[in-house]
Design a protein around this ligand. Structure first.
Ligand SMILES: C[S@@+](CC[C@H](N)C(=O)[O-])C[C@H]1O[C@@H](n2cnc3c(N)ncnc32)[C@H](O)[C@@H]1O
Length: 301
């Protein structure tokens, strides 16, 4: 510890913040890959069904790209060569910086974008032929606004494929529990009444209504309430710690305490014991009810 402090103190100001930010992306890069087979399968199914033209230029956007690894390992190999641009976006600037720093493909451009924001950049309106999003939409608090923004991004006839967790949401359940702890309440109050998306008895009708309300035609969708992933415990812990965007809002002198509470509550909501370091390589099963939504912009050219 002392050694680390001495070494760290010789960096120019701001370097440590940068290393911490970079670590988040790196952590997700290493751990967030156990869903790739599922994503490849779903993306391929939809891309094949689209019969994409081999000439003309296609523009693609990815929402909630994280470290960007999925774009390179799952998405790009499935796309035809006539892609003009792939815009990789994320709410979290540190993820965007990391993804940009490891990118070698000149067609991929990066930007910070909150798909749940009131306003999204107008130069993106009606621009994209295909929108992809994998395991991001469970974190868009106002899903209606998220759908409405996606519709704005799509070119006439443009299509989207969104895959996300429904019915349960581990990260926001942690924030909800933390909102009832005095010392964390002021950082988490907006989660006190959070209910996971599509947790009603009839998610099908909910999705149909939502799509219709925002000018989207549903082409195909499936709810898989029993979907499960297998991964080592360490990866589970790293995934949730790397996507936790609340830590950065906590004062530095409380962060260690916050991390401890975060892991304890993660353990409660997932029912996985992270307390014994010797067991971190053990494989665990995590239930992630998953919905895949393939829709198109109802407006045609
Ligand atoms: C579980 S990761 C998924 C990353 C990648 N798509 C994958 O499947 O590996 C979720 C990502 O969504 C991002 N995210 C959360 N809320 C978002 C929002 N409102 N707009 C855009 N991105 C968001 C997070 O920062 C995080 O990088």
């Amino acid at each position: 510890m002392t050694k680390w402090c001495l070494w760290a103190s010789s960096f120019p100001e701001g370097t440590l913040e940068w290393i911490t930010m970079f670590n988040k992306g790196l952590k997700y890069y290493k751990s967030g890959r156990f869903h790739f087979d599922k994503i490849r399968y779903e993306y391929k199914r939809v891309i094949d069904s689209m019969n994409l033209p081999k000439n003309g230029e296609l523009r693609v956007i990815d929402i909630g790209s994280g470290s960007g690894r999925l774009i390179h390992e799952c998405l790009i190999p499935l796309l035809p060569k006539n892609i003009k641009e792939i815009v990789a976006t994320d709410l979290d600037q540190s993820m965007v910086e990391f993804a940009r720093s490891v990118n070698e493909n000149p067609k991929v451009k990066f930007g910070v974008l909150d798909i749940g924001a009131e306003n999204i950049p107008e130069h993106f309106y009606n621009r994209f032929d295909i929108l992809f999003s994998s395991y991001c939409f469970q974190y868009v608090q106002d899903i209606r606004r998220g759908f409405s923004n996606c519709k704005k991004l799509l070119a006439p006839n443009g299509q989207f494929l969104m895959i996300f967790q429904f019915k349960t949401n581990y990260l926001f359940s942690i924030y909800k529990k933390m909102s009832s702890i005095d010392k964390w309440n002021k950082y988490m109050k907006e989660y006190a009444n959070f209910t996971p998306h599509f947790s009603s008895k009839d998610p099908d009708s909910e999705l149909k209504r939502l799509s219709k309300d925002y000018g989207l035609t549903l082409l195909d969708h499936k709810f898989e309430p029993e979907y499960q992933y297998y991964f080592p415990k360490w990866a589970c812990l790293d995934i949730f710690q790397s996507i936790d965007f609340k830590l950065a809002t906590i004062p530095k002198d409380q962060q260690e305490d916050y991390i401890q509470d975060f892991v304890t509550i993660l353990s409660e909501v997932t029912n996985i014991d992270f307390s014994d370091e010797k067991t971190m390589d053990e494989s665990i099963i995590l239930s992630i009810p998953t919905v895949c939504v393939h829709a198109k912009n109802s407006e045609s050219r």
